[in-house]
Design a protein around this ligand. Structure first.
Ligand code: MLT
Length: 407
């Protein structure tokens, strides 16, 4: 008899953003005349930078000619993209990352979700709360947790992020093996200083642990003191994997391109305690299960590193940060405490009441979609996340509607 993976039954019925999309669709169906502004899921609205569009066209043209046609590319990504990434995202910041330590993929959601496959089923997890739900859910699916009791899975050390610690959790008192960190943070928008990240690198070294560092939002950092990469921290090459994405950097949520950095010096241990390079394991996994990102898309991603591309993506992230500033100001005027939005596209608002109730109120009274904090974990209760990913006009309209609805 065919059996299911029972770990899936420990999960909530649907993924957070699917759940929200369903609720919004049901509301729209019942109220077809209402206009809805979406500041929920972090999905970009502004068109691709012109350099990316040109590169997509040029890439497609190459594929149209026999002489320059390409079939399967290297699973890890074309050299031109991996070299540009290593040079501009890392070496330019003093991080010793080589092109062959980069694996190009079709998204950080997939990368963050898939990476756990190469680690043992019985490792100890440290996961922030609130958190991007993919980190938790993929470990639940893999059987690394017990049941969900009162919003918490047995077997996870939750790293609580709250106003008291500035939404940057301190290292736990207990030993763990795999640590998920995300800065600038999704959902809180908090950023971590070099000293704070150095404490995590030190912790990982002491416990022979690995940090999974999600830096999908690094392009939003404006404070020059804040590190963009965990590899800006001394010794991080030996304990950390980093995830990056072109989604929020260059508007690629629909175009799809991202990458993982796995330094060749990074090891995990086998049952006999022998160090084993993680790079080789991931390469085995990646080449077996993934066939590469399409050539025109990789050309488009590489274009952001050109002299013309750099100011274009800066203008795009500035645009969303401009929205974020308006959101912060409007939320402050309403008397609600908030964080984020200055080095991040997300604003984390303390609404002082049930977060799904507040979500429903905004949806029904203002026609504005936010993300209820409880969807990101127990510590998210009482909060909502407002995304700055929308047009300026829509953000201004949404803020007016929210102010009117909360009057
Ligand atoms: C979010 O809204 O948290 C993100 O858009 C989700 C994602 O990048 O998958």
């Amino acid at each position: 008899m065919i059996r299911i993976n029972e770990n899936f039954t420990k999960l909530k019925a649907s993924y957070l953003f699917s759940d929200i999309a369903k609720r919004v669709a049901a509301f729209q169906q019942a109220n077809p005349e209402r206009s809805i502004i979406r500041l929920g899921i972090g999905d970009v609205t502004e068109p691709l930078p012109p350099v990316c569009v040109e590169a997509l066209h040029a890439g497609a043209d190459e594929l149209s000619r026999r002489a320059s046609f390409k079939g399967y590319g290297p699973e890890q990504g074309y050299a031109f993209l991996r070299e540009a990434i290593a040079q501009h995202d890392f070496q330019a910041r003093g991080c010793k990352i080589e092109p062959d330590e980069i694996f190009v993929s079709d998204g950080s959601k997939c990368d963050c979700g898939n990476i756990q496959e190469i680690f043992s089923a019985d490792i100890r997890l440290a996961i922030p709360d609130p958190v991007y739900p993919v980190y938790v859910d993929t470990n639940v699916m893999a059987g690394r947790t017990g049941a969900n009791v009162d919003g918490r899975y047995a077997g996870i050390t939750y790293l609580e992020s709250n106003a008291a610690n500035g939404y940057v959790p301190a290292v736990p008192a207990v030993a763990t093996d795999l640590i998920y960190l995300c800065f600038p943070n999704n959902p809180t928008g908090a950023v971590a200083t070099k000293a704070q990240l150095a404490a995590w690198v030190d912790y990982a070294k002491r416990h022979q642990a690995i940090i999974l560092f999600d830096a999908a939002y690094e392009a939003y950092i404006r404070n020059p003191e804040i590190p963009h990469s965990i590899y800006e921290i001394e010794g991080a090459r030996d304990v950390a994997i980093e995830f990056r994405s072109f989604s929020k950097t260059a508007g690629f949520t629909g175009t799809r391109c991202a990458y993982i950095v796995i330094p060749k010096t990074l090891v995990a241990y086998d049952a006999q305690g022998r160090p084993t390079p993680i790079h080789a394991l991931w390469n085995r996994r990646h080449t077996t299960k993934f066939n590469g990102v399409s050539y025109p898309v990789q050309k488009a991603a590489a274009a952001i590193y050109s002299d013309a591309g750099k100011p274009q993506i800066r203008a795009m992230t500035d645009y969303y940060l401009g929205n974020a500033k308006l959101i912060r100001e409007a939320v402050a005027k309403l008397g609600l405490p908030c964080v984020g939005g200055d080095n991040s596209p997300y604003i984390w608002v303390n609404v002082g009441r049930d977060s799904w109730e507040f979500f429903d109120l905004l949806l029904t009274k203002a026609g504005v979609v936010c993300t209820p904090g409880a969807g990101f974990g127990k510590c998210g209760e009482g909060h909502v996340r407002i995304s700055s990913f929308n047009s300026r006009e829509n953000v201004i309209a949404a803020l007016e509607r929210i102010a009117a609805a909360l009057k």
